[in-house]
Design a protein around this ligand. Sequence first.
Ligand code: FES
Length: 198
Amino acid sequence: MTEKANESRRNFLYLAAGGLGGVAAAATVIPFIGSMLPAADTLAASKTEYDVSTVAEGQLVVIQWQGKPVFVTNRTPALLKQLDGHDDMLKDKDSMATDAVSAEWLTDENRKYRSIKKEYLIVVASCTHLGCIPGYKPSAGRAEWGDSVPEDWPGGWHCPCHGSLYDLSARVINGSPAPFNLYLMPYKYLTDTKVVIG
Ligand code: FES
């Protein structure tokens, strides 16, 4: 196993230890109870189907895949625009860690959006620092969030545990203790709106 794969695995294990602290979003949260999870080999093979059209514009829901919470967000054109203009703030711009989780659909064209359909972002909801679940803070600036975010906040996620920040493509912001962007995963569209993850 490569060092990057080991890093990814470690972070997923941190997730199991990290619990659900810090969810702060209009979201449906599925409880994550370790003792109720199926065996590891069953988890590794399991897939999750989800209809992304059930996520309202601008909103986020949390679903579950292989025992891990996953964010699904519906980004409006205005939110997508907030992805521009802050490349110099990105700590993991080339997103090398995504190789370890087989995001084979990732191309140069969709790398900024980190999604197959640009409005629907689907990422593992585990901070790549120690596995807490970051809170969703989509509007730009400090008006809604105060000094929990920087003045030039582009909108995204704020991890309450140790302050990691991610933009609306879940790309980690400079100065965060988290080393990598939130992880992507293999998925594909079965219909116009239904995805299968895994
Ligand atoms: S777990 Fe997110 S910043 Fe530490």
